[in-house]
Design a protein around this ligand. Structure first.
Ligand code: ADP
Length: 556
Protein backbone atom coordinates (compact mmCIF):
# COMPACT_ATOMS: atom_id res chain seq x y z
CA UNK A 1 0.00 0.00 0.00
CA UNK A 2 1.41 3.30 -1.09
CA UNK A 3 1.44 6.12 1.43
CA UNK A 4 1.84 9.85 0.78
CA UNK A 5 5.33 11.11 1.63
CA UNK A 6 5.69 13.03 4.87
CA UNK A 7 6.17 16.77 4.85
CA UNK A 8 9.84 17.84 4.76
CA UNK A 9 9.70 19.57 8.13
CA UNK A 10 8.90 16.39 10.03
CA UNK A 11 12.00 14.37 9.10
CA UNK A 12 15.70 14.63 9.61
CA UNK A 13 17.64 16.18 6.72
CA UNK A 14 19.83 13.91 4.62
CA UNK A 15 22.23 14.61 1.82
CA UNK A 16 23.34 12.51 -1.08
CA UNK A 17 22.44 11.92 -4.72
CA UNK A 18 20.00 9.16 -5.56
CA UNK A 19 19.20 7.77 -9.01
CA UNK A 20 15.84 6.01 -9.28
CA UNK A 21 15.38 3.61 -12.20
CA UNK A 22 11.80 2.37 -12.59
CA UNK A 23 9.47 2.13 -15.59
CA UNK A 24 6.49 2.55 -13.28
CA UNK A 25 6.06 6.36 -13.27
CA UNK A 26 3.79 6.38 -10.22
CA UNK A 27 6.23 4.34 -8.15
CA UNK A 28 9.20 6.38 -9.40
CA UNK A 29 7.60 9.68 -8.49
CA UNK A 30 6.43 8.36 -5.09
CA UNK A 31 10.00 7.37 -4.20
CA UNK A 32 11.43 10.59 -5.62
CA UNK A 33 9.12 12.73 -3.55
CA UNK A 34 9.67 10.67 -0.41
CA UNK A 35 13.44 10.93 -0.70
CA UNK A 36 13.55 14.58 -1.83
CA UNK A 37 11.41 15.44 1.16
CA UNK A 38 14.16 14.05 3.39
CA UNK A 39 16.90 16.10 1.72
CA UNK A 40 18.23 13.78 -0.98
CA UNK A 41 18.84 15.05 -4.49
CA UNK A 42 16.91 12.71 -6.76
CA UNK A 43 17.18 12.02 -10.51
CA UNK A 44 14.86 9.51 -12.20
CA UNK A 45 15.25 7.28 -15.23
CA UNK A 46 12.44 5.26 -16.84
CA UNK A 47 14.55 2.26 -17.90
CA UNK A 48 17.98 0.69 -17.44
CA UNK A 49 19.62 2.20 -20.57
CA UNK A 50 18.55 5.72 -19.58
CA UNK A 51 19.87 5.05 -16.05
CA UNK A 52 23.27 3.97 -17.44
CA UNK A 53 23.51 7.16 -19.51
CA UNK A 54 22.57 9.23 -16.46
CA UNK A 55 25.22 7.48 -14.37
CA UNK A 56 27.80 8.23 -17.02
CA UNK A 57 26.86 11.82 -17.70
CA UNK A 58 25.47 13.12 -14.41
CA UNK A 59 27.42 10.99 -11.88
CA UNK A 60 28.65 10.37 -9.36
CA UNK A 61 25.54 9.16 -7.46
CA UNK A 62 25.60 7.84 -3.93
CA UNK A 63 22.77 5.37 -4.40
CA UNK A 64 20.88 3.61 -7.18
CA UNK A 65 17.31 2.55 -6.39
CA UNK A 66 16.24 0.22 -9.20
CA UNK A 67 13.17 -1.86 -9.94
CA UNK A 68 14.09 -5.45 -10.59
CA UNK A 69 11.84 -5.75 -13.63
CA UNK A 70 12.23 -3.19 -16.37
CA UNK A 71 11.95 -3.33 -20.15
CA UNK A 72 15.37 -4.17 -21.69
CA UNK A 73 17.88 -4.83 -18.92
CA UNK A 74 16.76 -6.02 -15.48
CA UNK A 75 17.44 -4.11 -12.29
CA UNK A 76 20.11 -6.67 -11.32
CA UNK A 77 21.96 -6.21 -14.63
CA UNK A 78 21.75 -2.46 -14.16
CA UNK A 79 23.15 -2.89 -10.62
CA UNK A 80 26.14 -4.71 -11.98
CA UNK A 81 26.85 -2.10 -14.68
CA UNK A 82 26.36 0.75 -12.19
CA UNK A 83 29.00 -0.82 -9.92
CA UNK A 84 31.34 -1.15 -12.86
CA UNK A 85 30.92 2.55 -13.63
CA UNK A 86 31.28 3.55 -9.96
CA UNK A 87 32.48 0.81 -7.59
CA UNK A 88 31.48 2.92 -4.59
CA UNK A 89 27.76 3.31 -5.48
CA UNK A 90 25.21 1.74 -3.11
CA UNK A 91 22.39 -0.22 -4.80
CA UNK A 92 18.92 -0.97 -3.48
CA UNK A 93 16.61 -3.21 -5.56
CA UNK A 94 12.83 -3.04 -5.49
CA UNK A 95 11.11 -6.36 -6.12
CA UNK A 96 7.50 -7.48 -6.37
CA UNK A 97 8.34 -10.58 -4.42
CA UNK A 98 11.69 -11.65 -3.01
CA UNK A 99 12.94 -15.20 -3.26
CA UNK A 100 16.13 -16.77 -2.00
CA UNK A 101 17.36 -16.82 -5.62
CA UNK A 102 16.87 -13.09 -6.12
CA UNK A 103 18.55 -12.49 -2.83
CA UNK A 104 21.62 -14.48 -3.87
CA UNK A 105 21.73 -12.85 -7.27
CA UNK A 106 21.47 -9.44 -5.61
CA UNK A 107 24.32 -10.13 -3.24
CA UNK A 108 26.53 -11.32 -6.12
CA UNK A 109 25.94 -8.01 -7.90
CA UNK A 110 26.90 -6.00 -4.84
CA UNK A 111 23.34 -4.96 -3.94
CA UNK A 112 23.23 -3.45 -0.47
CA UNK A 113 19.56 -4.15 0.27
CA UNK A 114 16.17 -4.71 -1.34
CA UNK A 115 12.66 -3.51 -0.79
CA UNK A 116 9.65 -5.74 -1.32
CA UNK A 117 6.70 -3.93 -2.85
CA UNK A 118 4.51 -2.60 -1.51
CA UNK A 119 6.53 -0.69 1.04
CA UNK A 120 5.88 2.30 3.19
CA UNK A 121 7.67 5.63 3.15
CA UNK A 122 9.43 5.01 6.41
CA UNK A 123 10.63 1.63 5.21
CA UNK A 124 12.00 3.21 2.02
CA UNK A 125 13.82 5.92 3.96
CA UNK A 126 15.21 3.44 6.44
CA UNK A 127 16.54 1.10 3.74
CA UNK A 128 18.08 3.98 1.79
CA UNK A 129 19.65 5.41 4.92
CA UNK A 130 21.08 2.04 5.92
CA UNK A 131 22.43 1.38 2.43
CA UNK A 132 24.15 4.79 2.46
CA UNK A 133 25.52 4.11 5.92
CA UNK A 134 26.97 0.79 4.70
CA UNK A 135 28.43 2.65 1.76
CA UNK A 136 30.16 5.19 3.99
CA UNK A 137 31.56 2.32 6.06
CA UNK A 138 32.82 0.76 2.84
CA UNK A 139 34.43 4.06 1.81
CA UNK A 140 36.00 4.32 5.23
CA UNK A 141 37.48 0.84 4.89
CA UNK A 142 38.73 1.76 1.39
CA UNK A 143 40.47 4.79 2.92
CA UNK A 144 41.96 2.59 5.63
CA UNK A 145 43.13 0.16 2.95
CA UNK A 146 44.73 3.07 1.03
CA UNK A 147 46.51 4.14 4.21
CA UNK A 148 47.65 0.58 4.80
CA UNK A 149 48.98 0.46 1.28
CA UNK A 150 50.78 3.74 1.82
CA UNK A 151 52.30 2.33 4.99
CA UNK A 152 53.41 -0.78 3.11
CA UNK A 153 54.80 1.38 0.29
CA UNK A 154 56.66 3.59 2.70
CA UNK A 155 58.06 0.61 4.60
CA UNK A 156 59.24 -0.89 1.33
CA UNK A 157 60.83 2.28 0.02
CA UNK A 158 62.40 3.29 3.32
CA UNK A 159 64.23 -0.03 3.46
CA UNK A 160 66.03 0.60 0.16
CA UNK A 161 69.32 2.49 0.20
CA UNK A 162 70.38 2.06 -3.41
CA UNK A 163 69.21 5.14 -5.33
CA UNK A 164 68.49 3.35 -8.62
CA UNK A 165 66.51 0.55 -7.02
CA UNK A 166 64.67 3.05 -4.83
CA UNK A 167 63.70 5.20 -7.83
CA UNK A 168 62.24 2.19 -9.66
CA UNK A 169 60.33 1.14 -6.54
CA UNK A 170 58.87 4.64 -6.02
CA UNK A 171 57.62 4.78 -9.61
CA UNK A 172 56.16 1.27 -9.30
CA UNK A 173 54.25 2.19 -6.11
CA UNK A 174 53.01 5.44 -7.66
CA UNK A 175 51.83 3.65 -10.82
CA UNK A 176 50.09 0.98 -8.77
CA UNK A 177 47.85 3.61 -7.16
CA UNK A 178 47.47 6.22 -9.87
CA UNK A 179 47.63 3.96 -12.92
CA UNK A 180 49.77 6.08 -15.23
CA UNK A 181 51.02 4.48 -18.41
CA UNK A 182 54.49 5.90 -17.85
CA UNK A 183 56.18 7.23 -14.75
CA UNK A 184 59.25 9.43 -14.37
CA UNK A 185 61.23 10.28 -11.28
CA UNK A 186 63.43 13.38 -11.34
CA UNK A 187 66.12 13.39 -8.66
CA UNK A 188 68.33 16.39 -7.93
CA UNK A 189 72.08 15.74 -7.78
CA UNK A 190 74.30 15.78 -4.72
CA UNK A 191 78.06 16.08 -4.11
CA UNK A 192 78.63 12.53 -5.25
CA UNK A 193 75.68 11.80 -7.52
CA UNK A 194 74.64 13.61 -10.70
CA UNK A 195 70.97 14.58 -11.21
CA UNK A 196 68.99 11.84 -12.93
CA UNK A 197 65.67 11.05 -14.54
CA UNK A 198 64.40 7.50 -14.05
CA UNK A 199 61.70 6.19 -16.42
CA UNK A 200 59.32 3.24 -16.21
CA UNK A 201 58.50 1.24 -18.31
CA UNK A 202 61.66 0.96 -20.39
CA UNK A 203 60.07 2.34 -23.62
CA UNK A 204 59.05 5.66 -21.99
CA UNK A 205 60.84 8.89 -22.92
CA UNK A 206 60.29 12.25 -21.30
CA UNK A 207 59.71 15.29 -23.59
CA UNK A 208 60.50 19.00 -23.02
CA UNK A 209 56.85 19.72 -22.08
CA UNK A 210 57.11 17.01 -19.42
CA UNK A 211 60.24 18.59 -17.95
CA UNK A 212 58.51 21.97 -17.91
CA UNK A 213 55.49 20.45 -16.07
CA UNK A 214 57.83 19.00 -13.47
CA UNK A 215 59.61 22.34 -13.01
CA UNK A 216 56.23 24.04 -12.56
CA UNK A 217 55.12 21.60 -9.89
CA UNK A 218 58.40 22.09 -8.03
CA UNK A 219 57.95 25.86 -8.23
CA UNK A 220 54.33 25.57 -7.07
CA UNK A 221 55.32 23.13 -4.30
CA UNK A 222 52.19 20.99 -4.84
CA UNK A 223 50.83 18.32 -7.22
CA UNK A 224 49.81 19.77 -10.60
CA UNK A 225 47.60 18.11 -13.21
CA UNK A 226 48.91 18.95 -16.71
CA UNK A 227 46.94 18.73 -19.94
CA UNK A 228 49.36 19.55 -22.74
CA UNK A 229 48.82 20.24 -26.43
CA UNK A 230 52.16 18.60 -27.26
CA UNK A 231 53.42 15.32 -25.82
CA UNK A 232 54.67 15.31 -22.21
CA UNK A 233 56.25 11.94 -22.88
CA UNK A 234 56.43 9.25 -25.54
CA UNK A 235 55.64 5.62 -24.86
CA UNK A 236 56.93 3.44 -27.71
CA UNK A 237 56.57 6.57 -29.94
CA UNK A 238 52.95 7.10 -28.78
CA UNK A 239 52.44 10.62 -27.38
CA UNK A 240 51.07 10.96 -23.84
CA UNK A 241 49.52 14.38 -23.31
CA UNK A 242 48.02 14.15 -19.84
CA UNK A 243 50.03 13.98 -16.65
CA UNK A 244 50.23 14.58 -12.94
CA UNK A 245 53.43 16.17 -11.58
CA UNK A 246 54.15 15.84 -7.85
CA UNK A 247 57.14 17.54 -6.17
CA UNK A 248 59.32 15.53 -3.75
CA UNK A 249 60.61 17.26 -0.66
CA UNK A 250 62.95 16.30 2.15
CA UNK A 251 63.68 18.46 5.20
CA UNK A 252 61.87 21.38 3.61
CA UNK A 253 63.86 21.39 0.35
CA UNK A 254 62.73 20.21 -3.09
CA UNK A 255 64.84 17.26 -4.08
CA UNK A 256 62.98 16.08 -7.15
CA UNK A 257 59.58 15.30 -8.61
CA UNK A 258 57.40 12.50 -9.86
CA UNK A 259 55.58 12.72 -13.19
CA UNK A 260 52.91 10.21 -14.12
CA UNK A 261 51.56 10.31 -17.67
CA UNK A 262 48.49 8.49 -18.93
CA UNK A 263 44.70 8.62 -19.17
CA UNK A 264 43.10 11.55 -17.37
CA UNK A 265 40.41 9.33 -15.74
CA UNK A 266 42.94 6.89 -14.32
CA UNK A 267 45.22 9.60 -12.94
CA UNK A 268 42.28 11.44 -11.39
CA UNK A 269 40.70 8.34 -9.82
CA UNK A 270 39.36 9.16 -6.34
CA UNK A 271 42.21 9.38 -3.85
CA UNK A 272 44.99 9.00 -6.46
CA UNK A 273 46.46 12.48 -6.12
CA UNK A 274 46.16 12.35 -2.30
CA UNK A 275 48.00 9.03 -2.29
CA UNK A 276 50.68 10.47 -4.57
CA UNK A 277 51.14 13.52 -2.37
CA UNK A 278 51.63 11.27 0.69
CA UNK A 279 53.87 8.89 -1.22
CA UNK A 280 55.93 11.83 -2.49
CA UNK A 281 56.54 12.87 1.08
CA UNK A 282 57.84 9.42 2.01
CA UNK A 283 59.75 9.10 -1.24
CA UNK A 284 61.48 12.47 -0.73
CA UNK A 285 62.81 11.38 2.65
CA UNK A 286 63.79 7.92 1.41
CA UNK A 287 65.70 9.46 -1.51
CA UNK A 288 67.41 11.90 0.82
CA UNK A 289 68.50 8.97 3.03
CA UNK A 290 69.73 7.05 -0.01
CA UNK A 291 71.80 10.08 -1.09
CA UNK A 292 73.30 10.35 2.41
CA UNK A 293 74.01 6.63 2.43
CA UNK A 294 75.81 6.80 -0.89
CA UNK A 295 77.91 9.74 0.37
CA UNK A 296 78.79 7.71 3.44
CA UNK A 297 79.58 4.73 1.25
CA UNK A 298 81.90 6.86 -0.91
CA UNK A 299 83.65 8.17 2.22
CA UNK A 300 84.04 4.60 3.51
CA UNK A 301 85.45 3.51 0.18
CA UNK A 302 88.08 6.23 0.19
CA UNK A 303 88.96 5.36 3.80
CA UNK A 304 89.23 1.70 2.84
CA UNK A 305 91.51 2.72 -0.04
CA UNK A 306 93.69 4.76 2.35
CA UNK A 307 93.83 1.78 4.68
CA UNK A 308 94.84 -0.47 1.82
CA UNK A 309 97.61 1.97 0.84
CA UNK A 310 98.79 2.07 4.45
CA UNK A 311 98.94 -1.74 4.60
CA UNK A 312 100.79 -1.79 1.28
CA UNK A 313 103.27 0.78 2.54
CA UNK A 314 103.85 -1.30 5.68
CA UNK A 315 104.42 -4.43 3.62
CA UNK A 316 106.84 -2.76 1.19
CA UNK A 317 108.75 -0.76 3.81
CA UNK A 318 109.25 -3.74 6.12
CA UNK A 319 110.38 -5.97 3.27
CA UNK A 320 112.69 -3.45 1.63
CA UNK A 321 114.32 -2.38 4.91
CA UNK A 322 114.99 -5.89 6.12
CA UNK A 323 117.86 -6.86 3.80
CA UNK A 324 120.01 -3.66 4.03
CA UNK A 325 119.39 -3.63 7.79
CA UNK A 326 120.76 -7.14 8.28
CA UNK A 327 123.88 -6.09 6.35
CA UNK A 328 124.32 -3.01 8.59
CA UNK A 329 123.75 -5.10 11.72
CA UNK A 330 126.08 -7.89 10.59
CA UNK A 331 129.01 -5.59 9.80
CA UNK A 332 128.42 -3.37 12.87
CA UNK A 333 128.57 -6.49 15.05
CA UNK A 334 131.74 -7.67 13.29
CA UNK A 335 133.46 -4.27 13.67
CA UNK A 336 132.34 -4.11 17.30
CA UNK A 337 133.73 -7.56 18.11
CA UNK A 338 137.06 -6.99 16.33
CA UNK A 339 137.78 -3.46 17.53
CA UNK A 340 138.74 -1.74 20.74
CA UNK A 341 138.80 1.75 22.21
CA UNK A 342 136.91 4.54 20.46
CA UNK A 343 136.13 2.45 17.40
CA UNK A 344 134.48 -0.21 19.54
CA UNK A 345 132.35 2.46 21.21
CA UNK A 346 131.31 3.91 17.83
CA UNK A 347 130.43 0.44 16.63
CA UNK A 348 128.33 -0.04 19.80
CA UNK A 349 126.36 3.15 19.04
CA UNK A 350 125.87 1.96 15.49
CA UNK A 351 124.60 -1.37 16.81
CA UNK A 352 122.15 0.30 19.25
CA UNK A 353 120.72 2.47 16.47
CA UNK A 354 120.44 -0.47 14.09
CA UNK A 355 118.71 -2.56 16.81
CA UNK A 356 116.14 0.19 17.19
CA UNK A 357 115.49 0.17 13.45
CA UNK A 358 115.24 -3.61 13.62
CA UNK A 359 112.56 -3.33 16.34
CA UNK A 360 110.55 -0.98 14.12
CA UNK A 361 110.96 -3.25 11.10
CA UNK A 362 109.83 -6.20 13.22
CA UNK A 363 106.74 -4.25 14.28
CA UNK A 364 105.99 -3.52 10.63
CA UNK A 365 106.47 -7.20 9.77
CA UNK A 366 104.01 -8.20 12.51
CA UNK A 367 101.41 -5.86 11.07
CA UNK A 368 102.07 -7.07 7.53
CA UNK A 369 101.60 -10.70 8.59
CA UNK A 370 98.50 -9.77 10.49
CA UNK A 371 97.01 -7.98 7.46
CA UNK A 372 97.78 -10.96 5.28
CA UNK A 373 96.33 -13.28 7.92
CA UNK A 374 99.68 -15.01 8.01
CA UNK A 375 100.30 -14.70 11.75
CA UNK A 376 100.50 -18.19 13.18
CA UNK A 377 100.37 -19.34 16.78
CA UNK A 378 102.61 -21.99 18.32
CA UNK A 379 100.68 -22.99 21.41
CA UNK A 380 102.54 -24.65 24.27
CA UNK A 381 101.33 -25.56 27.74
CA UNK A 382 103.00 -22.91 29.93
CA UNK A 383 102.94 -21.41 33.40
CA UNK A 384 101.82 -17.84 32.94
CA UNK A 385 103.46 -16.55 36.12
CA UNK A 386 106.84 -17.90 34.99
CA UNK A 387 106.47 -16.13 31.61
CA UNK A 388 105.56 -12.87 33.33
CA UNK A 389 108.60 -13.20 35.62
CA UNK A 390 110.76 -13.69 32.50
CA UNK A 391 109.31 -10.56 30.82
CA UNK A 392 109.84 -8.49 33.97
CA UNK A 393 113.43 -9.67 34.46
CA UNK A 394 114.33 -8.62 30.93
CA UNK A 395 113.20 -5.07 31.70
CA UNK A 396 114.61 -4.62 35.21
CA UNK A 397 117.74 -2.84 33.86
CA UNK A 398 115.64 -0.32 31.93
CA UNK A 399 113.55 0.45 35.06
CA UNK A 400 116.65 0.71 37.22
CA UNK A 401 118.15 3.13 34.75
CA UNK A 402 115.19 5.47 35.43
CA UNK A 403 115.28 4.86 39.17
CA UNK A 404 111.86 3.18 39.02
CA UNK A 405 110.54 0.51 41.33
CA UNK A 406 109.44 -2.49 39.21
CA UNK A 407 107.60 -5.01 41.41
CA UNK A 408 105.44 -8.11 40.82
CA UNK A 409 102.67 -9.95 42.58
CA UNK A 410 102.35 -13.48 41.21
CA UNK A 411 99.90 -16.13 42.46
CA UNK A 412 101.30 -18.89 44.72
CA UNK A 413 99.83 -21.59 42.45
CA UNK A 414 101.07 -21.66 38.84
CA UNK A 415 98.50 -20.51 36.24
CA UNK A 416 98.68 -23.07 33.42
CA UNK A 417 97.62 -22.12 29.91
CA UNK A 418 98.23 -23.05 26.28
CA UNK A 419 99.92 -19.93 24.89
CA UNK A 420 102.29 -18.87 22.16
CA UNK A 421 105.17 -18.04 24.50
CA UNK A 422 107.02 -15.69 22.15
CA UNK A 423 103.88 -13.67 21.42
CA UNK A 424 102.87 -13.64 25.08
CA UNK A 425 106.30 -12.24 26.01
CA UNK A 426 105.97 -9.68 23.24
CA UNK A 427 102.58 -8.44 24.51
CA UNK A 428 103.57 -8.40 28.20
CA UNK A 429 107.00 -6.94 27.42
CA UNK A 430 105.41 -4.19 25.35
CA UNK A 431 103.02 -3.19 28.14
CA UNK A 432 105.85 -3.10 30.75
CA UNK A 433 108.13 -1.20 28.36
CA UNK A 434 105.41 1.43 27.83
CA UNK A 435 104.90 1.70 31.60
CA UNK A 436 108.63 2.35 32.05
CA UNK A 437 108.65 4.78 29.12
CA UNK A 438 105.67 6.86 30.24
CA UNK A 439 106.47 6.93 33.99
CA UNK A 440 108.84 9.66 35.16
CA UNK A 441 112.04 8.69 37.02
CA UNK A 442 111.40 7.45 40.57
CA UNK A 443 107.90 6.19 39.72
CA UNK A 444 106.44 2.75 40.45
CA UNK A 445 105.48 -0.05 38.09
CA UNK A 446 103.66 -3.08 39.41
CA UNK A 447 102.89 -6.24 37.43
CA UNK A 448 100.40 -8.79 38.74
CA UNK A 449 98.78 -12.00 37.53
CA UNK A 450 95.21 -12.67 38.69
CA UNK A 451 92.35 -15.03 37.77
CA UNK A 452 88.84 -13.61 37.50
CA UNK A 453 85.45 -15.18 36.81
CA UNK A 454 83.85 -13.89 33.60
CA UNK A 455 81.25 -11.78 35.43
CA UNK A 456 83.93 -9.81 37.26
CA UNK A 457 85.85 -9.18 34.05
CA UNK A 458 82.71 -8.03 32.21
CA UNK A 459 81.70 -5.75 35.10
CA UNK A 460 85.21 -4.31 35.38
CA UNK A 461 85.39 -3.55 31.67
CA UNK A 462 81.93 -1.98 31.66
CA UNK A 463 82.95 0.21 34.61
CA UNK A 464 86.37 1.31 33.56
CA UNK A 465 86.69 1.24 29.81
CA UNK A 466 86.25 4.33 27.70
CA UNK A 467 86.59 2.52 24.42
CA UNK A 468 83.32 0.73 23.65
CA UNK A 469 84.95 -1.61 21.09
CA UNK A 470 86.96 -3.09 23.95
CA UNK A 471 83.70 -3.90 25.70
CA UNK A 472 82.76 -6.48 23.11
CA UNK A 473 84.11 -9.66 24.59
CA UNK A 474 85.19 -11.98 21.83
CA UNK A 475 83.29 -15.18 21.04
CA UNK A 476 81.70 -17.44 23.65
CA UNK A 477 82.75 -16.20 27.06
CA UNK A 478 84.88 -18.60 29.12
CA UNK A 479 84.02 -19.11 32.78
CA UNK A 480 87.40 -17.75 33.95
CA UNK A 481 90.12 -15.46 32.68
CA UNK A 482 93.80 -15.13 33.49
CA UNK A 483 94.90 -11.50 33.60
CA UNK A 484 98.26 -9.77 33.45
CA UNK A 485 97.84 -6.26 34.86
CA UNK A 486 100.56 -3.65 34.43
CA UNK A 487 100.03 -0.65 36.73
CA UNK A 488 102.14 2.49 36.64
CA UNK A 489 102.27 5.87 38.35
CA UNK A 490 103.04 7.57 35.05
CA UNK A 491 101.61 10.44 33.03
CA UNK A 492 98.26 8.71 32.34
CA UNK A 493 96.17 9.05 29.18
CA UNK A 494 93.36 11.58 28.64
CA UNK A 495 90.02 9.74 28.73
CA UNK A 496 88.97 10.78 25.22
CA UNK A 497 92.14 9.26 23.77
CA UNK A 498 92.06 5.98 25.67
CA UNK A 499 90.23 4.21 22.86
CA UNK A 500 92.47 5.57 20.14
CA UNK A 501 95.85 4.52 21.52
CA UNK A 502 95.19 0.99 20.23
CA UNK A 503 95.00 2.29 16.63
CA UNK A 504 97.99 1.93 14.37
CA UNK A 505 100.42 4.90 14.51
CA UNK A 506 98.35 6.68 17.16
CA UNK A 507 100.26 8.50 19.88
CA UNK A 508 98.94 10.82 22.56
CA UNK A 509 100.16 14.30 21.71
CA UNK A 510 102.17 15.19 24.80
CA UNK A 511 105.68 16.49 25.19
CA UNK A 512 106.73 13.30 27.02
CA UNK A 513 105.47 11.08 24.18
CA UNK A 514 107.46 13.17 21.73
CA UNK A 515 110.54 12.96 23.96
CA UNK A 516 110.23 9.18 24.10
CA UNK A 517 109.91 8.77 20.35
CA UNK A 518 108.23 5.53 19.25
CA UNK A 519 106.03 4.71 16.32
CA UNK A 520 102.59 4.24 17.85
CA UNK A 521 102.54 0.64 16.61
CA UNK A 522 103.19 -1.27 19.85
CA UNK A 523 99.63 -1.30 21.25
CA UNK A 524 98.12 -2.06 17.83
CA UNK A 525 100.28 -5.19 17.70
CA UNK A 526 99.45 -6.02 21.31
CA UNK A 527 95.74 -5.85 20.47
CA UNK A 528 96.07 -7.96 17.32
CA UNK A 529 98.11 -10.63 19.09
CA UNK A 530 95.80 -10.71 22.11
CA UNK A 531 92.74 -11.10 19.86
CA UNK A 532 94.46 -13.89 17.94
CA UNK A 533 94.70 -15.86 21.17
CA UNK A 534 91.05 -15.18 22.09
CA UNK A 535 92.10 -12.55 24.60
CA UNK A 536 91.59 -8.82 25.05
CA UNK A 537 93.43 -5.77 26.18
CA UNK A 538 92.07 -2.62 27.77
CA UNK A 539 93.23 0.38 29.69
CA UNK A 540 92.05 2.33 32.70
CA UNK A 541 93.88 5.57 33.15
CA UNK A 542 93.78 8.92 34.83
CA UNK A 543 95.80 11.78 33.46
CA UNK A 544 98.67 12.73 35.75
CA UNK A 545 98.10 9.74 38.07
CA UNK A 546 98.89 6.62 36.07
CA UNK A 547 97.49 3.77 34.01
CA UNK A 548 96.53 0.12 34.36
CA UNK A 549 96.86 -1.96 31.21
CA UNK A 550 95.12 -5.36 31.44
CA UNK A 551 95.75 -8.29 29.13
CA UNK A 552 93.19 -11.10 29.62
CA UNK A 553 93.39 -14.64 28.23
CA UNK A 554 90.60 -17.20 28.53
CA UNK A 555 91.35 -20.02 30.97
CA UNK A 556 90.50 -23.51 29.77
P1 ADP B 1 104.59 3.97 21.11
O1 ADP B 1 104.89 3.58 22.52
O2 ADP B 1 105.58 3.47 20.13
O3 ADP B 1 104.30 5.43 20.96
P2 ADP B 1 102.22 2.40 21.51
O4 ADP B 1 101.26 1.90 20.52
O5 ADP B 1 102.87 1.41 22.39
O6 ADP B 1 103.28 3.23 20.69
O7 ADP B 1 101.50 3.45 22.41
C1 ADP B 1 100.68 4.43 21.82
C2 ADP B 1 100.56 5.64 22.70
O8 ADP B 1 99.80 5.30 23.88
C3 ADP B 1 101.87 6.14 23.23
O9 ADP B 1 102.51 6.98 22.29
C4 ADP B 1 101.43 6.90 24.46
O10 ADP B 1 100.95 8.16 24.08
C5 ADP B 1 100.27 6.08 24.99
N1 ADP B 1 100.68 5.13 26.04
C6 ADP B 1 100.92 3.82 25.92
N2 ADP B 1 101.19 3.26 27.11
C7 ADP B 1 101.14 4.26 28.02
C8 ADP B 1 101.32 4.34 29.43
N3 ADP B 1 101.63 3.28 30.18
N4 ADP B 1 101.15 5.55 30.02
C9 ADP B 1 100.83 6.62 29.30
N5 ADP B 1 100.62 6.61 27.97
C10 ADP B 1 100.80 5.46 27.34
Amino acid sequence: MIQEPLAPSSVTANSGRVLIADDDATMSSFCARALSATGYTVVTAAEAEAAITTLQTQGPFDLLLADIRMPGRSGLELAQIAREIDPAIAVVIMTGHSTVDTLHASVRRGVADYLTKPFEVEELRLVVEQALHKRSLLQESLRVRALEELLRSSEAINAILDRNQLAREIIAHARAHAPGEAGFLFVAGSDHLPPRVFAEPAGAAIQPAGREAVAQSIRAGRPLPVASAGPLALLEARPLTYGLAVPLRAHGAAIGALLLCGAEDALNAPGASEFLALLANQAGNALHNAQLYSQLDAAYNSLRELDRLKSEFIAIASHELRSPLSIVLGYARMVHDRSSGDLREYAQRLLTGAERIKAIVNDLLHLRDFDRKQTTLTLERSALDALVRQAVERLIPAAQQKGQDLSTNLPPEPVILDVDREKFLLVTGNLIENAIKFTPPGGRIHVEVVCWPHERLAAEIARAVANPTMRRLAGAAPAHWALVRVKDTGIGIPREQQGRIFERFYQVASSLTREQGGTGLGLAIVCDLAALQGGLVWVESEEGRGSIFSFALPLP
